[in-house]
Design a protein. Sequence first.
Length: 278
Amino acid sequence: MSRLAERFAALRQQGRTALVPFVTAGDPQPSVTVPLMHALVEAGADVLELGVPFSDPMADGPVIQQAAERALKHHISLHHVLDMVREFRKRDATTPVVLMGYLNPVEVLGYAAFARDAAAAGVDGVLTVDLPPEEAEEFVPAMRAKGLDPIFLLAPTSDDARLKRILAVASGFVYYVSLRGVTGAGHLDMTEVRGRVAAIQRQTTLPVGVGFGIGTPEAAAEVATFADAVVVGSALVKRIAALETTPEKIPAEAAAFLASLRSAMDRAPVRKHSGGSS
């Protein structure tokens, strides 16, 4: 069983929802990332989502775009990101790590080589936001051959046919984009999100995570009542950006924010999973 499967199974037994923070590797400087990852786990993170900096992050809003720019000033490459995961694994062998980014760096390295190197470093899942399932015929087998979970995005506009196509190739969990737009944009319609997540859960046993637009303890707690995972990115990255000139403060400040989300989620009513079969 993969680290992701183990973690979600344990959380399901506890009636708890996963908290999944997103940070960009190398932001605002490379030395911060690994200590930040450990601090987030200590503050209650169940899965870590580590962004691979890319020069054209089309799915991201200004906050995460700027995080990528800050990291790229230090020439952070995919190889550097894998080195950070490898360093993280020296102290933490159990917390799942998902890489989130764009396909180009993976294609440059080659699917098989990337899967080999990522698995060796201790990566558990890969979410490439610009790879649709229709074009993943080579990608998915290459990842699974090395025990990596290919994770895909589901949008509010995804129809039933697309949902079935994605669920047929996804593993680890599926990531529901809770609003129309880029990361950090807009205001959540919780009624719509709840209904869409329930519809997805009826068609799969995979955990369903919800992200894009969750930035407060109150929002995290509400999503925790019906989703399997709460993903928080822009709100966390914004706090990191504010401390760019005092990077030594970042792990503690980020951890304090994450702990406030975890506390609110744990006070929320216990969620009952309603998954079907994939």
